[in-house]
Write a protein that binds this ligand. Structure first.
Ligand SMILES: NC(=O)c1ccc[n+]([C@@H]2O[C@H](COP(=O)([O-])OP(=O)(O)OC[C@H]3O[C@@H](n4cnc5c(N)ncnc54)[C@H](OP(=O)(O)O)[C@@H]3O)[C@@H](O)[C@H]2O)c1
Length: 275
């Protein structure tokens, strides 16, 4: 919407390719195409439709491969909160982050949607977790289980002399070299989102700068699709991971919802409810 970061131009260089935004959805199938075999009208489904968009609407039309059956026992709100943020947390902490008990994990931008799941997942994996976000979100991160919290508006985690086994960077704005300095030998740094400058550094020099110390500095390109979410869905269903919904908005309040998110107040997820 604001063309920030610059790589959002991928969504259309002169104007957005998708005029209706919104990528995480949960709802009920109303109709299926002639060749659809996996779903039938009346079934509850959820999805991350980032490549199609159009989620801020009463109805959305997507290929059935984008959809997964909604997990039993979940509300539409919980299911809509999970797809993108859950995939980033699962892949960042477990699949690519490979967190093991006793390891030290720092999650930068931990007070938002993905961080909410990532903190809880890292704790379940037995890690000592440091959450970084703005002052308003420090208590929130503690309530999710973070052992230590840092206010990024006051302290720079790359300058406090501490090192980590994993840095999951959801708001990457610091130079790759600075982040490398905060890794233990053999540690991993995963860029999830943030500035183009950091992204380019991670892509261009990331693979070489940590090699001597066995460090891995990489981009996490999260695999999309609700079907990849089984492990985190099970943890949510078992009550081991909570979905925190900060605010709920009506469909006609979407601009307000996005403004609230953009101003940095949201702790966890903001949900749009379509009646
Ligand atoms: N790699 C992939 O495959 C992939 C896929 C989808 C999305 N993404 C990216 O994933 C990222 C995380 O998504 P999300 O849903 O968790 O976002 P979110 O809910 O907006 O959370 C991001 C958090 O980071 C905080 N933050 C902003 N600047 C910061 C800084 N300099 N240092 C520390 N924290 C800072 C924000 O706080 P403030 O309120 O203070 O700004 C916010 O609490 C986004 O950057 C998104 O673009 C990546």
């Amino acid at each position: 919407m604001r063309c920030k970061p610059l790589y959002s131009l991928i969504g259309g260089p002169f104007r957005p390719r998708h005029h209706i935004l919104g990528s995480d959805i949960a709802g009920r199938v109303e109709a299926v195409g002639r060749n659809a075999t996996r779903f039938r009208p009346g079934q509850d489904v959820f999805a991350d439709i980032l490549s199609h968009m159009g989620g801020f609407a009463e109805s959305v039309c997507v290929p059935e491969t984008a959809l997964a059956p909604m997990p039993a026992g979940m509300t539409y709100e919980e299911a809509a909160a999970l797809p993108q943020a859950g995939a980033i947390a699962l892949q960042g902490i477990q699949d690519k982050g490979r967190v093991e008990p006793g390891q030290k994990v720092l999650i930068n931008g931990a007070g938002g949607g993905s961080g909410m799941y990532a903190i809880q997942l890292a704790k379940l994996n037995g890690a000592e977790v440091t959450g970084v976000d703005n002052a308003e979100k420090l208590e929130f991160m503690r309530s999710l289980g973070a052992d230590h919290v840092i206010d990024y508006t006051r302290d720079d985690f790359t300058r406090n002399g501490r090192t980590y086994d994993l840095i999951l960077d959801l708001a990457a704005h610091r130079p790759a070299f600075a982040c490398k300095g905060s890794l233990m030998p053999g540690g991993r740094y995963l860029y999830v989102g943030g500035s183009v400058a950091t992204l380019l550094q991670v892509l261009l020099i990331g693979p070489v700068i940590g090699r001597a110390e066995g460090q891995k500095i990489r981009l996490l390109a999260a695999r999309q699709g609700a079907r990849h979410l089984a492990p985190i869905v099970e943890l949510c269903q078992a009550g081991k991971i909570a979905t925190v919904i900060d605010r709920r908005y009506r469909l006609d309040e979407v601009p307000e919802a996005l403004r609230y998110l953009g101003e940095g107040h949201a702790k966890g997820k903001v949900i749009v409810i379509v009646k």
